[in-house]
Design a protein around this ligand. Sequence first.
Ligand SMILES: Cc1cc2nc3c(=O)[nH]c(=O)nc-3n(C[C@H](O)[C@H](O)[C@H](O)COP(=O)(O)O)c2cc1C
Length: 395
Amino acid sequence: MLKGKCVVLGVTGSIAAYKIANLASALVKLGADVNVIMTKNATNFINPITFETLTSNKCLVDTFDRNFQFNVEHVALAKRADIFMVAPASANVIGKMAHGIADDMLTTTILAAKCKKLVSPAMNTNMFENPIVQDNLQTLKKYGFEIIEPASGYLACGDTGAGKMPDPEVLLQYILREISHEHDLTGKKVLVTAGPTAEAIDPVRFITNHSTGKMGYAIAKAAMERGAEVTLVSGPVNITPPMFVDVVNITSAAEMADAVKSRAGECDIIIKSAAVADYRPTTVATEKIKKKDGEGSTIELERTEDILSYLGSHKRDGQFICGFSMETENMLENSQKKLKKKNVDMIVANNLRTAGAGFGTDTNVVTLITADSADELPKMSKEDVAHAILDKIIK
Ligand SMILES: Cc1cc2nc3c(=O)[nH]c(=O)nc-3n(C[C@H](O)[C@H](O)[C@H](O)COP(=O)(O)O)c2cc1C
């Protein structure tokens, strides 16, 4: 995923420095060329040998060290970097970076780097809240650095408050968002719906379906990785939402319709992958419906709103609308009819009789149907299907 990408990690004198070994290791596993630059004080917290072993690259500490390969001296490394992350960033290095001080290898290299720069402050709460540190962070923002908000919690110094470096997995997501994919959806607003809806019958029971939300969540993540501003309207699912995506949780089809309608107008691309329940009870019992043995009870149902038809009939110029269809027979014919009837631009059709397609699985087998094409894709992971859908939309 990160093959050919050069990641520079700057590590400073904070107790959180040891956590960066996990980040370096995760980046190497994803194929990145990882180069770590430590301040001299950081070497009190973690030994450079740890990073050298994990990255197979020399860990740079001293600007005047003559034992280096020419292509890793500070200017060359700054030029090669696709992304530069300083984590943990001490109050001291934040101050130096904000004021253009370059008195060690880390601050010198970052001053020479033109790539995206991420800074993850880590320090005692009183230090973090000090207006001098806050002003320095504002200055860094002014110069285009992105500041990763520290988490709140129990700190190594024994205080509780803001100043905790986020876990390496979170830092990794910041890096992946920047360099894992080409940002061909920058400036686009994308709305994705995912998961099932649940229609209450009484306070205990509800009507729903087998959708797990995996496909929609994969699409939302893929669009975010490609630079889009993504809103994910999600029914009840058991998936951790992707970072950097605005998630709107709903339960019923009516809530889904409201959430979509109030946002659709401002979106460039709308992908309705949610499996909205087609029917809901006309009235919801306020108490649990009780049945005697052998007796049935009748629930009257009415159709829920057809959200895709609403979107098609309110489509504005330049907007792209994509729906999904699940068919057991005549997949192509039925999907093409749906495309025309609902006035949408693309239908992603699943054949429910195909192994590895549809609900619950990690793979999908789909055909992308537009007015003038039908691209049958092989069995792929839902992540790859998500990117294939976005490729087709961008085309
Ligand atoms: C045990 C210990 C933990 C420290 N943790 C932090 C920290 O989390 N954040 C910070 O800004 N400074 C911390 N410091 C202070 C810095 O190490 C100190 O300001 C140092 O000069 C920073 O050097 P550097 O910015 O060149 O790495 C800590 C010091 C010690 C002794």
